[in-house]
Design a protein around this ligand. Sequence first.
Ligand code: SF4
Ligand code: ZN
Length: 310
Amino acid sequence: MRKCDRCSKEAKIFLAYGPHWLCKQHFLEFFEKRVRKTINKFKLVKPGEKIAVGVSGGKDSITCLHLLKSIFPKGTEIIGVSIDEGIKGYRDKALKVAKKHYKELGVDFTVVSVKKELGFSMSEIARKLAERKNEQETQSTCSYCGVFRRKLLNDFALREKCKKLATGHNLDDEVQTMLMNIMQNDFQKFSWLGPITGLKSKRFVPRVKPLYESPEKEIIAYTQFRGWRVYDGECCPFSWQAKRNAFRKAVDDIESKYPNAKFAALKFFQQLKPVLEKAESKKLNHCRNCGALTSSIECSACKQLKKLSS
Ligand code: SF4
Ligand code: ZN
């Protein structure tokens, strides 16, 4: 039996980057301490602020919701927001799980429907894109979905006068996105990355990532040790289209050969961030249609909605 590094109990998890061997109790403490540290170090949430938490029903957002509730038990108003993309057999099931957790924690929540707000469900958009495949359409369903989801979350947080919008983005997501931005030469999106988005505008609610330094595998272990039900059923039927899959695989391959590579990438980015902030002084405008923050004349959501209506 391999013992926990911190007590005489049996180790239940091995973290190669430490390396750490930890029993269940010490892993839970280790995990939670790191989330608190992330929140404090990057000043993600200040006591008393009203926070909207985006909850999909998956392990990341459920963990984010529970931990924010336990770290800020009083004085900080936490409300939930779930986006319903209108993908049958997938999002409806995940939303059921999200609602269970909202109720258990006594969190007020709102479900925002993509179809109601924007006129198309993601299933309808996927169909449209498939029909246009032979035309010039090269974007995947996910690239529409991501833009619309971010827009609706921001609109909700603005409406509710929230100071921050918290999401369940984890260490793996962040490193994958860094690499994607580099390999797509998207300097601006790359420079916006980090645990808190620093865009300053009345039209933009800063997004914070309490799980920024939490590896995905550990979030899975954490929810299992806690015994929480999270949505881990079938993937979205369009997920095969996501470019991210290739980047996920590449990053995981590297990490398995060189443990700590993901944390190292994050630290590298942190050192680069002040330089990026200076360089990224490209002026942002407000979208001429909806007023959202954008680096061009129209925001991505408005451009994509136009394409769908044409
Ligand atoms: Fe949207 Fe793509 Fe995620 Fe499905 S896999 S929910 S289409 S971003
Ligand atoms: Zn717009």
